[in-house]
Design a protein around this ligand. Structure first.
Ligand code: HEM
Length: 159
Protein backbone atom coordinates (compact mmCIF):
# COMPACT_ATOMS: atom_id res chain seq x y z
CA UNK A 1 0.00 0.00 0.00
CA UNK A 2 3.02 2.28 0.52
CA UNK A 3 3.84 1.96 -3.17
CA UNK A 4 0.20 2.70 -4.10
CA UNK A 5 0.36 5.85 -1.94
CA UNK A 6 3.62 6.90 -3.62
CA UNK A 7 2.26 6.25 -7.13
CA UNK A 8 -1.03 8.09 -6.54
CA UNK A 9 0.75 11.12 -5.03
CA UNK A 10 3.17 11.17 -7.99
CA UNK A 11 0.19 10.98 -10.35
CA UNK A 12 -1.39 14.07 -8.76
CA UNK A 13 1.88 15.98 -9.20
CA UNK A 14 2.18 14.83 -12.83
CA UNK A 15 -1.44 15.81 -13.48
CA UNK A 16 -0.83 19.34 -12.17
CA UNK A 17 2.03 19.62 -14.67
CA UNK A 18 -0.29 18.36 -17.43
CA UNK A 19 -2.87 20.96 -16.38
CA UNK A 20 -0.32 23.77 -16.71
CA UNK A 21 0.74 22.48 -20.13
CA UNK A 22 -2.81 22.08 -21.41
CA UNK A 23 -4.10 25.50 -20.37
CA UNK A 24 -1.12 27.32 -21.88
CA UNK A 25 -1.38 25.24 -25.06
CA UNK A 26 -5.05 26.18 -25.36
CA UNK A 27 -4.28 29.81 -24.62
CA UNK A 28 -1.55 29.96 -27.27
CA UNK A 29 -3.91 28.40 -29.83
CA UNK A 30 -6.64 30.86 -28.89
CA UNK A 31 -4.36 33.88 -29.40
CA UNK A 32 -3.19 32.55 -32.77
CA UNK A 33 -6.81 31.99 -33.78
CA UNK A 34 -7.75 35.59 -32.93
CA UNK A 35 -4.55 36.90 -34.55
CA UNK A 36 -5.60 35.20 -37.79
CA UNK A 37 -9.05 36.83 -37.74
CA UNK A 38 -11.01 34.28 -35.69
CA UNK A 39 -13.84 35.79 -33.64
CA UNK A 40 -14.85 34.72 -30.15
CA UNK A 41 -18.11 35.87 -28.65
CA UNK A 42 -20.85 34.36 -26.52
CA UNK A 43 -22.87 33.21 -29.54
CA UNK A 44 -19.99 31.37 -31.25
CA UNK A 45 -18.88 29.86 -27.94
CA UNK A 46 -22.37 28.52 -27.20
CA UNK A 47 -22.93 27.21 -30.73
CA UNK A 48 -19.60 25.32 -30.62
CA UNK A 49 -18.35 27.51 -33.45
CA UNK A 50 -14.91 28.17 -31.96
CA UNK A 51 -12.56 26.05 -33.97
CA UNK A 52 -8.82 25.98 -33.57
CA UNK A 53 -6.66 22.86 -33.23
CA UNK A 54 -5.60 23.53 -29.64
CA UNK A 55 -9.17 23.93 -28.33
CA UNK A 56 -9.04 20.30 -27.13
CA UNK A 57 -6.49 21.39 -24.49
CA UNK A 58 -9.15 23.45 -22.66
CA UNK A 59 -11.44 20.42 -22.70
CA UNK A 60 -8.64 18.23 -21.30
CA UNK A 61 -8.01 20.86 -18.57
CA UNK A 62 -11.68 20.89 -17.60
CA UNK A 63 -12.11 17.09 -17.56
CA UNK A 64 -8.79 16.53 -15.75
CA UNK A 65 -9.59 19.26 -13.23
CA UNK A 66 -13.18 18.36 -12.48
CA UNK A 67 -12.98 14.57 -12.66
CA UNK A 68 -9.59 12.86 -13.04
CA UNK A 69 -7.55 14.77 -10.43
CA UNK A 70 -10.30 14.75 -7.75
CA UNK A 71 -10.70 10.96 -8.19
CA UNK A 72 -6.93 10.35 -7.89
CA UNK A 73 -6.78 12.61 -4.82
CA UNK A 74 -9.63 10.71 -3.16
CA UNK A 75 -7.94 7.37 -3.92
CA UNK A 76 -4.77 8.81 -2.36
CA UNK A 77 -6.72 9.70 0.79
CA UNK A 78 -8.25 6.20 0.95
CA UNK A 79 -4.86 4.54 0.44
CA UNK A 80 -3.33 6.74 3.16
CA UNK A 81 -5.44 4.97 5.81
CA UNK A 82 -3.86 1.62 4.89
CA UNK A 83 -0.33 2.75 4.00
CA UNK A 84 0.87 2.84 7.62
CA UNK A 85 3.17 5.79 6.90
CA UNK A 86 3.48 8.44 9.64
CA UNK A 87 1.81 11.65 8.42
CA UNK A 88 0.36 10.01 5.30
CA UNK A 89 -3.28 10.77 6.15
CA UNK A 90 -2.47 14.43 6.87
CA UNK A 91 -0.49 14.69 3.63
CA UNK A 92 -3.29 13.16 1.57
CA UNK A 93 -5.95 15.27 3.30
CA UNK A 94 -3.95 18.39 2.43
CA UNK A 95 -3.82 17.28 -1.23
CA UNK A 96 -7.62 16.73 -1.25
CA UNK A 97 -8.21 20.14 0.37
CA UNK A 98 -5.99 21.90 -2.17
CA UNK A 99 -7.77 20.08 -5.03
CA UNK A 100 -11.16 21.27 -3.73
CA UNK A 101 -9.84 24.84 -3.50
CA UNK A 102 -8.27 24.55 -6.96
CA UNK A 103 -11.46 23.36 -8.66
CA UNK A 104 -13.54 26.02 -6.87
CA UNK A 105 -11.13 28.77 -7.92
CA UNK A 106 -11.10 27.45 -11.50
CA UNK A 107 -14.89 27.51 -11.75
CA UNK A 108 -15.35 30.83 -9.88
CA UNK A 109 -12.65 32.44 -12.01
CA UNK A 110 -15.18 32.77 -14.83
CA UNK A 111 -17.20 35.20 -12.67
CA UNK A 112 -14.34 36.80 -10.72
CA UNK A 113 -11.21 36.86 -12.92
CA UNK A 114 -8.95 37.88 -9.99
CA UNK A 115 -9.48 34.39 -8.55
CA UNK A 116 -7.55 33.13 -11.58
CA UNK A 117 -4.39 34.46 -9.92
CA UNK A 118 -5.12 32.36 -6.84
CA UNK A 119 -5.86 29.39 -9.12
CA UNK A 120 -2.33 29.65 -10.52
CA UNK A 121 -0.77 30.06 -7.06
CA UNK A 122 -2.77 27.23 -5.49
CA UNK A 123 -1.62 24.92 -8.31
CA UNK A 124 1.95 25.39 -7.06
CA UNK A 125 0.89 24.57 -3.50
CA UNK A 126 -0.93 21.48 -4.74
CA UNK A 127 2.11 20.38 -6.76
CA UNK A 128 4.38 20.82 -3.72
CA UNK A 129 2.00 18.93 -1.41
CA UNK A 130 1.74 16.05 -3.89
CA UNK A 131 5.52 15.84 -4.38
CA UNK A 132 6.01 15.92 -0.60
CA UNK A 133 3.50 13.08 -0.17
CA UNK A 134 5.17 11.07 -2.95
CA UNK A 135 8.60 11.47 -1.33
CA UNK A 136 7.18 10.38 2.01
CA UNK A 137 5.69 7.31 0.30
CA UNK A 138 8.93 6.50 -1.51
CA UNK A 139 10.95 6.79 1.69
CA UNK A 140 8.59 4.46 3.54
CA UNK A 141 8.49 1.94 0.68
CA UNK A 142 12.31 1.87 0.45
CA UNK A 143 12.67 1.50 4.22
CA UNK A 144 10.27 -1.44 4.17
CA UNK A 145 12.33 -3.24 1.51
CA UNK A 146 15.71 -2.56 3.14
CA UNK A 147 14.63 -3.50 6.69
CA UNK A 148 13.52 -7.15 6.58
CA UNK A 149 12.73 -7.13 10.31
CA UNK A 150 9.83 -4.76 9.77
CA UNK A 151 6.43 -6.46 9.77
CA UNK A 152 5.23 -6.96 6.19
CA UNK A 153 8.67 -6.29 4.67
CA UNK A 154 9.66 -8.17 1.52
CA UNK A 155 12.49 -10.67 2.07
CA UNK A 156 14.86 -11.49 -0.77
CA UNK A 157 16.67 -14.82 -0.62
CA UNK A 158 20.17 -14.93 -2.16
CA UNK A 159 21.39 -18.45 -3.05
C1 HEM B 1 -0.33 25.54 -13.10
C2 HEM B 1 -1.46 24.86 -13.21
C3 HEM B 1 -2.75 25.46 -13.71
C4 HEM B 1 -3.00 26.58 -14.46
C5 HEM B 1 -1.99 27.56 -15.03
C6 HEM B 1 -4.42 26.67 -14.65
C7 HEM B 1 -5.08 27.67 -15.35
C8 HEM B 1 -6.42 27.72 -15.59
C9 HEM B 1 -7.10 28.71 -16.40
C10 HEM B 1 -6.39 29.84 -17.17
C11 HEM B 1 -8.40 28.43 -16.39
C12 HEM B 1 -9.51 29.22 -17.13
C13 HEM B 1 -9.66 28.67 -18.53
C14 HEM B 1 -10.64 27.54 -18.60
O1 HEM B 1 -11.71 27.61 -18.00
O2 HEM B 1 -10.35 26.55 -19.31
C15 HEM B 1 -8.61 27.26 -15.58
C16 HEM B 1 -9.82 26.66 -15.35
C17 HEM B 1 -10.00 25.56 -14.56
N1 HEM B 1 -9.00 24.84 -13.92
FE1 HEM B 1 -7.04 25.24 -13.96
N2 HEM B 1 -5.02 25.62 -14.01
C18 HEM B 1 -4.04 24.86 -13.44
C19 HEM B 1 -4.19 23.71 -12.71
C20 HEM B 1 -5.41 23.16 -12.40
C21 HEM B 1 -5.60 22.02 -11.55
C22 HEM B 1 -4.45 21.25 -10.88
C23 HEM B 1 -6.93 21.78 -11.47
C24 HEM B 1 -7.67 20.73 -10.70
C25 HEM B 1 -7.24 20.14 -9.62
C26 HEM B 1 -7.60 22.79 -12.28
C27 HEM B 1 -8.96 22.89 -12.46
C28 HEM B 1 -9.60 23.82 -13.23
C29 HEM B 1 -11.03 23.87 -13.43
C30 HEM B 1 -12.05 22.90 -12.85
C31 HEM B 1 -11.28 24.95 -14.28
C32 HEM B 1 -12.63 25.41 -14.82
C33 HEM B 1 -12.83 24.68 -16.16
C34 HEM B 1 -14.15 24.98 -16.83
O3 HEM B 1 -14.91 25.82 -16.36
O4 HEM B 1 -14.37 24.34 -17.88
N3 HEM B 1 -6.64 23.61 -12.83
N4 HEM B 1 -7.38 26.86 -15.10
Amino acid sequence: MKVVYKVLASLVAAEVAVQAMMVVLGDAGLFKYVEQGGVIDKATAESGGIQFPEFFAFVVHGVNGMMVIPVIALLLLISSFFAKIPGAVKGAALVVLLVVVQVSLGLLGHQIPALGALHGLNALLLFSAAVHAARRGRGAANAEVSDPDRPGARVETVV
